[in-house]
Design a binder for this molecule. Sequence first.
Ligand code: ATP
Ligand code: MG
Length: 637
Amino acid sequence: MSVSRIRTLEEYHAAYQKSVEDPDAFWADVAEPFTWRKKWDTVRSGEFSPAGESKWFDGARLNITENCLDRHLALRGNKLALIFEPNDPKTRHLRLTYRELYQQVCQFANVLHANGVEKGDRVIIYLPMIPQLAIAVLACARIGAVHSVVFAGFSATAIADRVNDADAHFVLTADGLNRGPKQIPVKSVVDEALLHCPGVRRVIVVEHLGWPVHMQPGRDVWYHEEAQGVPLTCPAEEMKAEDPLFILYTSGSTGKPKGVVHTTAGYMVWADYTFRNVFQVEENDVYWCTADIGWVTGHTYLLYGPLLAGSTSLQFEGVPTYPDAGRFWEVIDKHNVTIFYTAPTAIRSLMATPLDNVLSYSLSSLRVLGSVGEPINEEAWHWYHTHIGKGRCPVVDTWWQTETGGIMLSALADITPSVPARAGLPLPGVQPVLLNQDGTEIEGNDQEGYLAIKASWPAVIRTTWGDHERARQTYFQPYPGYYFTGDGARRDEQGLYRIIGRVDDVINVSGHRFGTAEIENAINQNEHVVESAVVGYPHDVKGQGIYAYVICQGGPPKDAAEARKWESSIIETVVAEIGKIAKPDKIQLVSGLPKTRSGKIMRRILRKVAEGETSNLGDVTTLLDPAVVDEILTGRK
Ligand code: ATP
Ligand code: MG
């Protein structure tokens, strides 16, 4: 048995037990096969309490790109590392072997150096989902610069906030981007942002659409001009295990985004270990994670995890509905994708389109399906399993956070149980607990509480950039000795974990506590419903009432009578699924929900609307479509 790879249920239990009983020996074994310039002095040190001071593999020296690239050249030099599928299916796709990717990364790294980027400098990357995004991230890591990727759909304000928070002097961007049928300028958004960022010294612009852009003399340069004649090799900077690898800002679902910091060695080991085990990756897999590299999922499971494992990873520039709602399935057939990892929001939106979009494709290459980002409701789980996986592919519902660096709770494909609406069992190294409000551990199964993690794991958040106190207060102080996730969970009869929503979103109706995910899951069982979001609001009698925002199939109802009919049908469904006590007090039929750019519902906005507190909606810089909020305000019940 290889310690790095679990192949049976017995091996899972054995690995789990060892990871708890002797974590130092367990992780030393897992870390052994990587390329280290120098091995660690201690595997694990530091405590969660009082300040979250974890260190992993302290004393070790390494460079993560030597592990992603150089180490594979001998055996996998000609194997595909990245397949790039462009926005427009008529444009030719691009493939890069490990050797080609290595060369491109080295060249990019040399360009960064020549432009003054040094070890420890923060580099903001505001690039669309083009190969240069993956290359730029790795190029930063090659020379020890700290990358901070900002999703290329964010506003100038969001960029400026991040540039200033990270105190970055360098920005990488492009002339423009493709999103479905639209072409969007990107450089001009950066220009607007940088009016508020006096510290930025250099902007390197990648040519993608061939659009003319404003170049500020002395500050802005074209990548293709800088790369002329630049060598394709670049020595990797030797990094300490705990040197920061990247800063990534959270989605902002619950408040102002936090600049989560991950360091080098622990993150590397965790990304590789979780990737290979959760998806049960084999040498010939073609793996596709649909997340943008601007999210943590794209960092760990599009880029670092697959490359560390020597896999072939597909990067997609476009959107699921362009040129039509069959695009995902077309791409799977075209590249013979074997492992597919996406988000419930994408599944639900595709589910709402005619099934013909799926039936025209064979999908016979698929072997494993994954979901991430939010709880996947049962309806969506079954649709995904039946129509995409043809009942043949296990679905792994992976729970984790930007702060956890990688997957924490999930089935291991075809090895540990995969049950709809359950994330499942913890990965080796993860010790989840359920806590009472007062911080005592809740024992036994069939129980519910605040989800916390009892012991450090290699990729635990190290700090929030420039503000360690914030990290301490958010994650380590609420329940001393634990990492606090902010999510509520249930441990079912079999010991499988089910995420029931954010702790802040728990609704207390006449003394009964409900997670938002539970009630939404029930509402979504109704035949008319595509998606829903529920929040609590103050209620004179019950303490809190349930306010449900619901999107129905085919858009809004045609008249008031139809609206009433749908509403009572939704109430019936909830009563049948959970009981009278969970019956929504108010239902507002809407055509969209306020979401972050990564597809998560911003319940805090919905809560404010339900509470009637509509004047200050809080930080909305990560909101996808502000028009949705206006509609919701107008239709408020
Ligand atoms: P912020 O912390 O700024 O509010 P965020 O929590 O939305 O933003 P992320 O780190 O992108 O930022 O999201 C992590 C959260 O996503 C988890 O805490 C959880 O609520 C939710 N989540 C992710 N995967 C799953 C899953 N498989 N099942 C249920 N919930 C999930
Ligand atoms: Mg969060």
